[in-house]
Design a protein. Structure first.
Length: 97
């Protein structure tokens, strides 16, 4: 069942054409991926709520003051920080859905 002649797909020209198609397809895929890929900074700018930052900063400074005055210990301060974060997040959720 072997044929005596070579098929045109076995020629060097066909191999170069296949290689060029692969390179073009890869280039297009990379271009499309990069054009639709948002940068991390853009996502962070959209997600940060200024009121949340102000809330957590204010509560954090109050907790630091209590810690330096000796009203609370490290474990209590860590607990207060997690609760403050939850409170501020519930009160001022991220701006993007």
């Amino acid at each position: 069942m072997s044929s005596s002649g070579n098929h045109w797909l076995d020629t060097t020209l066909a191999r170069w054409m296949a290689l060029s198609v692969c390179i073009i397809a890869t280039t297009i895929a990379i271009f499309i991926h990069n054009s639709f890929l948002p940068t991390q900074n853009t996502l962070l700018k959209e997600a940060v709520n200024k009121d949340y930052v102000a809330c957590i900063t204010n509560r954090g400074s109050e907790i630091d003051t209590m810690l330096t005055e000796g009203m609370v210990d490290q474990q209590q301060a860590a607990l207060f920080r997690s609760r403050a974060s939850s409170f501020c997040y519930a009160k001022f959720p991220p701006t993007n859905p």
